[in-house]
Design a protein around this ligand. Structure first.
Ligand SMILES: [Zn+2]
Ligand SMILES: [Zn+2]
Length: 339
């Protein structure tokens, strides 16, 4: 292979077009990856629409990438050609900003997100720094591994660093791309798991994924439903809906945490008193480092956790992207290259 297909967006808000580009050579500390699968994340829409600062066009997005290394740059010693690797939201860090100097790499002020800082994974091939690489265990196919680099690590890492301990009640708000993984991780991490979604249609799925309880958010006050179950130590808010998040806060136990994952600009309408009584807190949670991605992949293999995916060939990226945007995807769209 001397050239590759990329799915590029020419200018903000335009459709994807498949074009051919020369293969890139990996520089020092980088590897080249033959892409096998790439998940479509909701934040890809933020890049396509240029809603994030500094997005450059033509744009090749994609930060849930699974493939295998096909070339090593100078000085790469811990990886070899043929290794199966994932590149997620964490695409490398600067190493010298204050968060990096404190060892807090995911909060790097110059965090390099694939598809934003450099060419992402909607392509046959990409180049990434070794700091972005996570090993994919044999049990996971590339298409299964791909969404775990953003949707998976975000939910798994949030839960394992949360206030909840095994046996505590954890509620997962929303049952979409993140939430359907969050329920599985919560159950497998040993939490009494409550799924919250709109209507009753999703209850059988929630139970199948391991939820012990189901709350229909349209059937009454969500906080009251949580209180009747004894209250939640953690609400993992995956739904991109500030009002739905707000509605859970009185359902938290003392020292309970609302962990905010659903990225929306609308403010949460929560009073200081709601936080003070019961020493509750609200925390944002971004994702995880490459090692966190690797831990997510390993835990998923160990526990039989898989994302529910629809695979679509790279050439049909526009259809897949539309399905993601419209909410029709069940639950993660994954582009496959055939490589
Ligand atoms: Zn993402
Ligand atoms: Zn940094």
């Amino acid at each position: 292979m001397t050239s590759m297909r990329v799915a590029q967006v020419g200018s903000p808000g335009q459709k994807f077009e498949i074009v051919r580009r020369e293969l890139q050579e990996p520089g020092p500390g980088h590897v080249r990856i033959t892409v096998e699968a790439a998940g479509i994340c909701h934040s890809d829409a933020g890049f396509v629409q240029a809603a994030f600062p500094g997005v450059r066009f033509p744009l090749v997005t994609g930060h849930e990438v699974a493939g295998r290394i096909d070339a090593l740059g100078e000085g790469v010693s811990d990886w070899k050609v043929g290794d199966r690797v994932e590149v997620g939201w964490f695409g490398g860090n600067c190493g010298h900003c204050v968060p990096c100097r404190e060892g807090d790499f995911i909060d790097c002020t110059r965090l390099r997100v694939p598809g934003w800082a450099y060419q992402g994974g909607f392509a046959d091939s990409m180049v990434a720094p070794v700091s972005a690489l996570a090993r994919i265990p044999d049990e996971l196919s590339a298409a299964e591994a791909a969404p775990l680099g953003c949707a998976g690590v975000t939910t798994f890492n949030a839960l394992r660093h949360s206030a909840a301990r095994p046996g505590d009640r954890v509620a997962v708000l929303g049952l979409g791309g993140l939430g359907h993984l969050g329920v599985q991780y919560a159950q497998q991490l040993g939490f009494e798991t409550i799924a919250i979604a709109r209507g009753t249609d999703k209850e059988p799925l929630a139970r199948e994924l391991g939820a012990h309880h189901y709350v229909d958010s349209t059937a009454g006050k969500v906080a009251d439903a949580l209180k009747r179950l004894g209250g939640a130590k953690v609400v993992l808010a995956t739904a991109a809906n500030s009002d739905a998040m707000t509605a859970t806060i009185d359902g938290l136990t003392h020292r309970g945490q609302l962990i905010v994952l659903g990225a929306v600009p609308q403010p949460l309408k929560i009073s200081p008193i709601q936080l003070i009584m019961g020493s509750r807190s609200i925390v944002g949670h971004p994702s995880g480092t490459a090692q966190d991605v690797q831990d997510t992949l390993a835990f998923s293999a160990l526990k039989g956790i898989r994302p529910m995916i629809e695979t679509v060939p790279l050439d049909e990226v526009n259809d897949a992207y539309e399905r993601m945007l419209s909410g029709a995807a069940r639950f993660r769209m994954v582009l496959t290259t055939g490589n």
